[in-house]
Design a protein around this ligand. Structure first.
Ligand code: FES
Ligand SMILES: [Fe+2]
Length: 354
C-alpha cells in the first residue's frame, strides 16, 4: 500500500469507527419546533429524518422513501409512524412500510422499508448511532443531573471543520496564549504545562492550571479538570478563585468530512439566579476567537497519519487524543476489540490488533 493509500485507509477506518458511536443530531427543542413533522439532519455523510412519533418515542430513518425517493422529512407524523408526502406510504418506527394507500388490499412488498437507526434522547439532545455492533454508550455528562448546577444550553453551531479537529481545539493548551490572549491566556506566557494524561474507562483525562490573570467574572477560567469521553466529547470542570464550580461540556457531531455541528452547554453553581446572557456572551467571545484559525486548517478533516503534521512536546494532549483515535480506527473491523480499545486504560500498541 502506498503512503497515500494507507493514509486514506486510516481515514476511512476512522469514519467507520465514528459510525459505531453515538452522536447528537438535533436538540429536543428543534424537534419540538417542527410541530409533528420529521426534521432532516445529516450525520456522517448520511441524510436522516428524525421524528417524534408521540409519547416520547423517537425514530431515526434514512431520509429517502424507497418508492420514488422523496425525502421522508417533507412528510408528516401520523398514528405513530411517518407518512410520505408523495404517495402516502406510511413507515413504522422500525422502518417497515405498513400502508400503501393506492393498494389497500396489499400486498406490501417485503423490500418496502427504510433503514432505521438507534435513537435516544439525553441531555435535551437527540442522539443517533448508525452501527450498534460495538455496544457503545452515550458520553457522560456528570453536571447534567447535578441539582446544585444551573445549566444553560448554547446554540448549536456548524463549522466547516471535521469533528476531531473541533474537539482537539478544546484541549489544545498551547493555543490559549495566542488565540485567547487576554480572555483565557497570556501571550507573554506561551509555555503550557505538560499534564499527566490518563485513560480511564473510555475517557482521556488531565488537569490544567492556567496562568495568573484578571478575567471577566463570567469567564470559565481556573484550575481545570478535563474529561474527554472518546471520541468526540469534552467535559471541563473549572474551580474558580471564588470557590465556584463551573462546567463546559461540548460534543462535535460529524456531519460530513470537513463539517461538524457542535452541541454544548455551560453549568455553574454560582450566580444561580443571575442572567444567563453574560455567561453565553463570554463563550461567544471565545468561539469568535477560535473560529478563524479552526476553520482555516487545511485540510479541514484531521489526518490521522502522524507524519502528515508536525507535533512537538507541547502538543502532548493532542498527540494522546490522536493516538487513541488511531487505535479505534485500527480496531474497527472487530467490534469486540473496538469496545476493548475504547475501555483500555493503556494505549494499545499500533498494529497489535490486526
Ligand atoms: S415517494 Fe414516498 S410514497 Fe411515493
Ligand atoms: Fe480556543
Amino acid at each position: 500500500m502506498t503512503v497515500v493509500d494507507a493514509r486514506a485507509d486510516l481515514q476511512d477506518r476512522l469514519w467507520r469507527a465514528l459510525e459505531l458511536c453515538w452522536h447528537p443530531v438535533c436538540s429536543l427543542a428543534e424537534l419540538a419546533a417542527a410541530d409533528g413533522r420529521p426534521i432532516p439532519v445529516r450525520l456522517l455523510g448520511r441524510d436522516l429524518a428524525i421524528a417524534d412519533l408521540g409519547d416520547g418515542r423517537l425514530t431515526a430513518v434514512r431520509d429517502r422513501c424507497p418508492h420514488r425517493s422523496t425525502r421522508l422529512s417533507v412528510g408528516w407524523v401520523e398514528d405513530g409512524s411517518i407518512r410520505c408526502a408523495y404517495h402516502g406510504w406510511r413507515f413504522g418506527s422500525d422502518g417497515r412500510c405498513v400502508d400503501i394507500p393506492a393498494m389497500p388490499d396489499g400486498p406490501i412488498p417485503s423490500r418496502a422499508c427504510v433503514d432505521s437507526f438507534d435513537v435516544e434522547e439525553r441531555y435535551g439532545l437527540v442522539w443517533v448511532r448508525l452501527d450498534p455492533a460495538a455496544g457503545t454508550a452515550i458520553p457522560a455528562c456528570p453536571a447534567f443531573d447535578d441539582p446544585t448546577m444551573r445549566r444553560v444550553m448554547g446554540a448549536p453551531y456548524t463549522w466547516p471543520t471535521g469533528a476531531p479537529r473541533r474537539v482537539e481545539n478544546f484541549v489544545d493548551l498551547a493555543h490559549f496564549a495566542w488565540v485567547h490572549d487576554g480572555s483565557l491566556g497570556r501571550r507573554d506566557e506561551p509555555v503550557p504545562p505538560l499534564p499527566a494524561v490518563e485513560r480511564v474507562d473510555g475517557e482521556l483525562r488531565f488537569q490544567f492550571d492556567p496562568p495568573e490573570m484578571e478575567t471577566d467574572e463570567t469567564a470559565l477560567f481556573g484550575f481545570s479538570r478535563y474529561r474527554m469521553p472518546i471520541p468526540l466529547t469534552v467535559d471541563i470542570e473549572f474551580e474558580l478563585e471564588s470557590g465556584a464550580r463551573r462546567f463546559l461540556w461540548m460534543t462535535a457531531s460529524p456531519v460530513d468530512p470537513g463539517s461538524c455541528r457542535t452541541f454544548w452547554f455551560v453549568s455553574r453553581d454560582d450566580d444561580l439566579d443571575g442572567d444567563d446572557g453574560p455567561h453565553l456572551d463570554f463563550q461567544a467571545l471565545v468561539l469568535a476567537e477560535d473560529e478563524p484559525v479552526v476553520c482555516n486548517q487545511d485540510p479541514p478533516e484531521m489526518v490521522l497519519d502522524p507524519s502528515f503534521e508536525l507535533s512537538v512536546r507541547s502538543d502532548k494532549v493532542s498527540i494522546e487524543y490522536r493516538r487513541w483515535l488511531r487505535e479505534l480506527a485500527d480496531a474497527v473491523d472487530d467490534p469486540a476489540r473496538f469496545a476493548a480499545v475504547l475501555h483500555a486504560d493503556q494505549p494499545v500498541p499500533q498494529g497489535a490488533l490486526r
